[in-house]
Design a protein around this ligand. Structure first.
Ligand SMILES: [Zn+2]
Length: 418
């Protein structure tokens, strides 16, 4: 196959910029759809030439597909995967002896995390479920969490943040003009899981990520760190009023305590399993009273707002491409079908946009103005990134010991990783 002729890629850290809408949302979404139809893509997945850090081989296959192939090679499933998982499960059980629980599993009410709880119980583990309630859950998600846990007799550790305080933090991120408006939730979730571990002296966490069904997000789309949250909120929020009284920020000192002193390990069991999401959904529904909430990322209203409205509208970013690409690579979806799905309108709900405006105290005009204001980037704020880069050799060892995810080491400690 001949090599693709590629248009020059966008600067590495900038999500594909599209012109802001001239004639309202419909017009803008149409432009994205037209763009999706015309643009050059990887010959195997759906990533296009403007994906940050993308490169192609002579067959037009992108580097993200090659990374996934490497992950496949490093994480066998079937009998081999089973044996590796069994060994890990034995270690977890050994470390849990004499304690109330063997491990912490983060739950969201979504399919992957609910499935992990079911599997943990099947494997004879004693999980403690942990949840960060950012107060934007859908009722279906909340019901799912409680129904599944009650059925399996699993305890729940929840961190609930003060509504006003979290609204201020979220509003600050939107006003800052950055894309990472879910960073506060991601940081708080990580802290909550560590807190649950610290409280019960637990040494292991399960993470529900699967590169086969969820894929790998392009480097540089989103950035997460505690200092970034602090910096944005000090600049655009009412930090003086709440001083993160209930928001569990992950400072560098806390992060080091959890990984170096407590030595909590993160494990991704789905990497070693033949995980079929549709089958998992069916079993969860039939046997555990779990309910499908209609789409990836849709269990939380703010997540829905980010992926179906804010990212496409403000940054021209269609995050659906990540999941569809994963399914295309693993043969669970035809490539043509993926391309067709990308031309479909976003599942966006006016009601959710209305809720975001009301809850965060934006008037219609202020909200429109904010969404049209110049965009900013995480590099415009203070972050731990320079420190992560300086400590790269230490994080390499930590990643090898499973104390931090390998993806953290590769992305956050490299000068050109993100
Ligand atoms: Zn690809």
């Amino acid at each position: 196959m001949p090599a693709l002729t590629l248009a020059p890629a966008q600067p590495a850290t900038t999500p594909r910029p599209l012109p802001l809408p001239a004639g309202g949302h419909a017009d803008f979404f149409e432009r994205i759809q037209a763009y999706n139809r015309e643009v050059g893509r990887c010959s195997r997945c759906l990533f296009d030439v403007n994906t940050p850090h993308i490169s192609f081989d002579d067959a037009g296959v992108c580097n993200y597909c090659h990374t996934c192939d490497q992950l496949e090679a490093d994480h066998p499933t079937g009998k081999e995967g089973e044996l590796i998982l069994e060994k890990q499960i034995d270690e977890i059980k050994k470390a849990g002896k004499g304690k109330d629980y063997d491990l912490v599993v983060g739950v969201s009410g979504g399919c992957d995390s609910s499935w992990l709880i079911v599997k943990a119980k099947e494997w004879g583990l004693r999980p403690l479920a942990a949840h960060f309630d950012n107060t934007w859950n859908t009722t279906t998600a909340t019901r799912n969490i409680h129904t599944v846990l009650e059925k399996l007799n699993v305890d729940l550790y929840t961190h609930v943040v003060d509504n006003e305080e979290f609204n201020d933090i979220t509003r600050a991120f939107i006003k800052a003009g950055v894309i990472d408006i879910e960073t506060p939730t991601d940081i708080a979730l990580a802290t909550t899981l560590y807190q649950a571990c610290a409280k019960h002296k637990i040494k292991y966490q399960f993470e529900g990520h699967s590169f086969r069904t969820e894929g790998i997000g392009p480097l540089g789309w989103f950035y997460i760190d505690g200092k970034y949250v602090d910096s944005v909120v000090r600049q655009y929020g009412n930090y003086r009023q709440h001083r993160f009284k209930t928001f569990p920020n992950l400072t560098f000192a806390r992060f080091m305590k959890y990984v170096v002193v407590d030595r909590v390990k993160k494990i991704r069991p789905l990497y070693w399993m033949d995980y079929h999401k549709e089958d998992a959904k069916q079993t969860l529904a039939d046997e555990y009273g779990w309910e499908w909430y209609g789409g990836h990322h849709l269990e939380n209203r703010f997540t829905t707002f980010l992926h179906s409205y804010y990212a496409p509208r403000r940054f021209g970013l269609d995050t659906r491409v990540v999941g569809y690409s994963a399914l295309t690579r693993s043969g669970q979806m035809q490539r043509d079908e993926g391309i067709r799905l990308l031309t479909e309108p976003f599942h966006f709900d006016d009601e959710i946009v209305g809720i975001v405006k009301t809850r965060l105290g934006f008037s219609d005009e202020e909200f429109e103005e904010t969404l049209r204001a110049p965009r900013a980037h995480w590099r415009d704020f203070k972050t731990y990134k320079p420190r992560f880069e300086r400590l790269r050799p230490m994080f390499r060892i930590m990643a090898q010991m499973q104390l931090v995810p390998m993806s953290f080491y590769l992305k956050y400690t490299s000068k050109d990783g993100i």
